[in-house]
Design a protein around this ligand. Structure first.
Ligand SMILES: [Ca+2]
Ligand SMILES: [Ca+2]
Length: 510
């Protein structure tokens, strides 16, 4: 599964006006294709990747982008190309940023199991669902030890917005989209695994509001996230044959895995601990040094050490893409989400600058609601953001200078350490009128990015079923001149709004 896959940088040929954002079809999938536990699946996934011209590398972000060189104007469309995809990592991705906030010393050894913070080992069987298992395992771990849930991989991998099917694999962009849209998770009891069907009409038992993408190969950041959240989802390349564990890269006695090559990841696992002193001699092939992460697999308890295994710090893939499930809340009956990006972060838009602006306009429901939070992705670490609100937006907003979007009020601002998705609480919650057209606006300044805005967009890879009819989004290089994202870019803006509509409307939640 988990090919950290560079989606092809599909070039948008359209040039509608001088003010046209460039779109990068650029989220990298950790996991498309296969990810079953059989050798064939692995091989097939790899071939599929190669056939598609996808190469390994990068994280889900702009590390793959080649900064614009050919066209100077910030308002000229630019697009990455496959050839430019091997771009160098921005400094922020190489580690370091996470170290700033690292006061306490990390232990040299840690094992989430000893604190009751790992969920029981599961078995994905022959299906290409490792991405769903790893995602929900990491989410379950983040709730432990206080709360123990068994969540449904069937429901996530049967999501009708996805087109690959359970044999076709998946990736973390899909699991993020599923969870952040509140289509799930549901419980295993509600939708048992492997029966080929998922009931319709189930409500999410948790509302996920933050999933961080930790910097590539930042061991400190990964360890801190394991301490905070119990587990971190990551990916590796495995040539293991089913449950037998037969591979030249794997020592069955010690449960130690080390792959030194550069084949793309094809399997997702969850990092649940580490041992800095794990001897290099315990691996089948000797890595350059000691140390290993403890990982939980989804191949049943027969595999490895009761379902767990050690992966060398020097493994070619583990630690490149790392997801921390940072916030999941109990659903409340009056919580509501406004969104247009059911399929999530499938591409990125921008104007060749690290700064870009985006708006989504929504129509409030029929009763009064309190707008409390706004949620969006950032594509690289250390993004600065400003969130603005627009009230009573006219039906056909005036998009030029001094137009409808100039009547905005600053509602929150800050900086995000990690890439990924998070929600921002407004400085002052706002009471919306019934049926009001309101807008949420974000200005992002993302060092190293030229496409800072995450968009839902069809990269043509057949992964997701995109609906562009459900949104009213706008993009801007400067917050002054705007273009309609659906019309000029074939994109929905990934920018959600969260409201609350309690019956009493007595706002006491602060
Ligand atoms: Ca089922
Ligand atoms: Ca949509």
């Amino acid at each position: 599964m988990g090919a950290v896959r560079k989606a092809r940088m599909a070039r948008k040929a359209r040039m509608v006006s001088a003010l046209t954002a460039a779109v990068l079809a650029g989220s990298l999938a950790l996991g498309v294709g296969g990810c079953g536990n059989r050798e064939e699946a692995t091989g097939a996934a790899k071939e599929a990747d190669e056939a598609a011209g996808n190469v390994a590398g990068g994280t889900a972000a702009e590390s793959v982008e080649k900064p614009m060189t050919e066209t100077g104007s910030a308002e000229t469309p630019i697009a990455g190309t496959a050839a430019g995809a091997a771009g160098e990592l921005p400094a922020g991705l190489a580690g370091g940023s996470a170290a700033d906030a690292a006061p306490a010393r990390l232990p040299s050894r840690y094992d989430s199991r000893e604190l009751g913070r790992t969920s029981p080992v599961k078995n994905q069987g022959d299906l290409g669902t490792c991405w769903a298992f790893a995602s929900l395992l990491a989410l379950e771990s983040s709730l432990l030890p206080e709360e123990s849930l068994d969540l449904s991989e069937d429901h996530m991998s049967h999501d009708p917005h996805f087109q690959l099917g359970q044999e076709g694999g998946g990736d973390y962009i899909m699991s993020m989209a599923y969870l952040l849209s509140w289509r799930g998770p549901v419980t295993e009891e509600q939708d048992p695994y492997g029966d080929g069907v998922s009931p319709e009409g189930l409500d999410a038992v948790k509302h996920v509001k933050a999933i961080y993408l930790l910097p590539e190969q930042d061991r400190q950041a990964i360890k801190r996230a394991v301490l905070e959240s119990g587990g971190v989802q990551s990916a590796l390349y495995t040539a293991l044959e089913g449950g037998t564990g037969d591979s030249r890269y794997y020592d069955q006695e010690t449960g130690a895995y080390y792959y030194e090559g550069d084949a793309a990841p094809n399997h997702d696992v969850v990092i649940v601990g580490w041992d800095d002193d794990f001897p290099k001699e315990r691996f089948a092939l000797e890595p350059p040094g000691d140390g290993a992460f403890l990982c939980e697999n989804s191949w049943g308890t027969e595999f490895g050490l009761d379902g767990f295994f050690y992966v060398s710090y020097y493994d070619g893939n583990l630690g490149k893409v790392n997801l921390q499930y940072a916030r999941a809340e109990d659903p409340e009956p009056y919580d509501r989400i406004y969104q247009t990006d059911a399929c999530g972060w499938l591409g990125q838009a921008g104007y060749g600058s690290e700064t870009a602006w985006a708006v989504n306009v929504y129509t409030a429901g029929g009763t009064e609601e309190i707008l409390e939070e706004v949620g969006f992705y950032t594509t690289l670490p250390d993004s600065g953001y400003e969130v603005y609100l627009l009230r009573d937006v006219p039906e056909d907003p005036e998009l030029g200078e001094g137009g409808s979007f100039s009547k905005r009020s600053l509602a929150a601002s800050g900086r995000r350490r990690f890439a990924g998705y998070d929600t921002v609480s407004l400085d002052e919650p706002v009471r919306l009128s019934p049926g009001e057209r309101f807008g949420v606006m974000v200005k992002l300044t993302t060092p190293g990015a030229v496409h800072p805005i995450a968009i839902e967009y069809d990269p043509g890879d057949g992964r997701c079923r995109i609906d562009l009819s459900d949104g009213e989004g706008y993009l801007s290089p400067d917050g002054v001149r705007w273009e309609r994202a659906e019309e000029t870019q074939g994109s929905n803006v990934c920018l959600k709004a969260y409201t609350w509509a309690g019956p009493e409307m007595q706002y006491e939640r602060n």
